[in-house]
Write a protein that binds this ligand. Sequence first.
Ligand code: K1U
Ligand code: ZN
Length: 167
Amino acid sequence: MALLHILNYPDKRLNKVAKSVAVVDDRIRKLVVDMAETMYAAPGVGLAATQVDVHKRVITIDVSDAHDDLKVFINPEIVWVSDEKKDWEEGCLSVPGIYDFVERPDKVCVKALNEKGETFEIDCDGLLAVCIQHEMDHLNGHVFVEYLSPLKQTRIRGKMKKLEKAL
Ligand code: K1U
Ligand code: ZN
């Protein structure tokens, strides 16, 4: 197991579009283990491979209180979204200390491969629905602050510059 370095916004590598996983092999399974360890340690409820500078379509999520319900999504695809939308306060491990509201579909159905390479479908609502959409944005090179006003984005970039200097 290994803790991976999480890229900070506005690092350009966060804007790369991740490639599909051709075969779910031991290298991908090792990536999943390391991503899960990194996500739990952060702590966070989700992590996309893009955030650890690996540009493959892999996501880990655990929204359980006991941190005992790890969900792995490889090559995730949204197959259905609800018409109803909801505002949810989001955070991001790549934008530490910044939380703001984003409107997204309230419910989604996602198809993906698990770490055994088997296809599954899952109906998501609540935080799981928000988190899977947030993580799929990462795989497509997008960070949640892009949904915020230009003024807020400028302020966040300023805060991140200060944070980088302090490190
Ligand atoms: O993608 C990420 O950076 C992870 C992000 C996921 C997320 C959270 C909330 C709404 C949308 C997406 C996080 O995990 S931020 C940290 C966080 O939410 C949290 C941290 C500790 C305990 C509980 C939640
Ligand atoms: Zn994020």
